[in-house]
Ligand binder design. Structure first.
Ligand SMILES: [Zn+2]
Ligand SMILES: [Zn+2]
Length: 433
């Protein structure tokens, strides 16, 4: 097949050579034949002969002719036209083939690029999945360990308490049994003495030992109803409180940093509650203080590790809650977005929740959260928000801070005529009194 194709193309090539003018080296145009049977373009041979002085010759075989004579060869002309037309077809096809090949090459590169990207994604997802599986295992392991240890030690305490009481009761029982034997023996002797006295008149009064050698006391004052009282309480809650302290990260007991508070904000409840007040408070100028927006930071900053805290927003109709870089300019009014050093969740008009991106990313929540959980992870550069009542995640940023950042809050200006509502830091489960 390929051999046949090669032959055909070779034939085409030699035909093309045969139909090529030796003067212009191109396919004949108006081919003419000389007496020597050689062919040239009409124009080529005319020009050639014009350039010559005598004699008139064939430029190919040098044969001399008496006059400038040639003959139009219609057969060769028709063949030349055929070859020319076919050659144009070929060129067209070749161009199409070339274009198509180039376009397919691009498609191939695009597909290969996509395959590579997909493979990378698969690898990344598998790696992340494996890491998360490990983390889930270790997080649960820590809780299981605590529960197992607590269960074992509680059981052991109960067992020892029981053993101790049973030991005491056992010892008392043994003493009582010894006492019982002695009492019975003594009773027997006394009875015998009494019988003897009744049967015959005794000359001498017998000597009688009335006393018992051991007087057995009441024994340990054990109140059976109080046995195991410790284990009859809210056992699960007692253990859960211990577990709570182990949580990593568990809710951090934050306070507000008064030095950062906008002059319209007042703190109360041991700096765990902030509310907009009627009058502005006069402060010394400080670069730490927000002076344009009604904002405040938490007093504890973070720059590594994983942290979680809860913020009570109650029924407030607007607020911003999240994280801000230590370096944010407190003297200017800026849009709250990661590019400006803020990662926030916001509420406006009672029901409009958004993630603090530019433009805002609107969130459709099925219920209004009263307590917002904020999670900050430096390793993963993640800031996530939760409805702390249900622990449903509301939104999450994966371009979180990579330098020191603080918990951030804005009470927002309350609407005219409405009583300002506070934002509170929730110290769960130990609410400050
Ligand atoms: Zn020519
Ligand atoms: Zn010739």
């Amino acid at each position: 097949m390929s051999c046949g194709a090669t032959n055909a193309s070779q034939e085409r090539l030699s035909l093309k050579e045969d139909l090529t003018c030796a003067i212009c080296c191109d396919l004949f145009v108006d081919p003419v034949m000389l007496a020597c049977m050689h062919h040239f373009c009409k124009a080529c041979i005319s020009t050639y002969w014009r350039s010559l002085r005598d004699p008139v010759t064939c430029p190919q075989c040098r044969q001399e002719f008496p006059t400038k004579q040639f003959q139009t060869n219609y057969l060769v002309a028709a063949m030349v036209e055929k070859v020319r037309a076919r050659s144009a077809d070929h060129q067209h096809l070749q161009k199409r083939l070339k274009d198509c090949l180039a376009s397919h090459r691009l498609t191939k590169e695009r597909y290969m690029g996509m395959i590579h990207k997909n493979e990378q994604k698969v690898l990344k997802i598998k790696r992340t999945g494996a890491e998360l599986q490990g983390q889930i295992r270790s997080d649960f392991q820590a809780l299981h360990c605590l529960l197992q240890e607590e269960e074992a030690s509680t059981s052991e305490h109960l067992r020892r308490e029981q053993e101790e009481i049973l030991g005491e009761l056992g010892r008392h029982l043994a003493t009582l049994q010894g006492g019982l034997v002695e009492v019975e023996e003594k009773m027997h002797i006394l009875q015998q003495t009494m019988d003897a006295m009744e049967q015959r008149y005794l000359l001498e009064t017998p000597e009688v030992n009335f006393r018992l050698s051991v007087e057995v006391d009441q024994g340990p004052g054990i109140d059976i109803s109080s046995f195991g009282a410790k284990y009859k309480g809210p056992l699960q809650y007692i253990v859960w409180r211990k577990m709570f302290k182990l949580l990593n990260p568990g809710p951090a007991p934050l306070t507000f940093d008064e030095e950062t508070a906008h002059p319209s904000l007042c703190l109360c409840r041991e700096k765990t509650s902030v509310v907009e007040c009627d009058k502005m408070v006069a402060h010394k100028p400080s670069r730490k203080r927000f002076v344009q927006c009604i904002n405040i930071l938490g007093s504890q900053g973070f720059q590594s590790g994983r942290h979680y805290w809860e913020v009570g927003v109650g029924n407030k109709t607007k607020w911003d809650v999240g994280v801000a870089l230590e370096t944010v300019d407190r003297g200017v009014r800026v849009k709250l977005c990661p590019e400006n050093g803020y990662w926030t969740l916001r509420l406006r008009n009672k029901t409009q929740y958004s993630a603090g991106t530019q433009p805002w990313t609107r969130l459709s929540l099925t219920s209004a959260p009263r307590i917002i959980g904020v999670f900050l992870d430096f390793k993963d550069r993640r800031v996530s928000f939760y409805n702390a009542d249900t622990m449903l995640m509301l939104c999450s940023f994966n371009n979180g801070p990579n330098q020191k950042a603080f918990p951030f809050f804005s009470t927002c200006l309350s609407d005219q005529g409405r009583k300002p509502q506070p934002i509170r830091l929730v110290h769960f489960p130990l609410e400050p009194l």
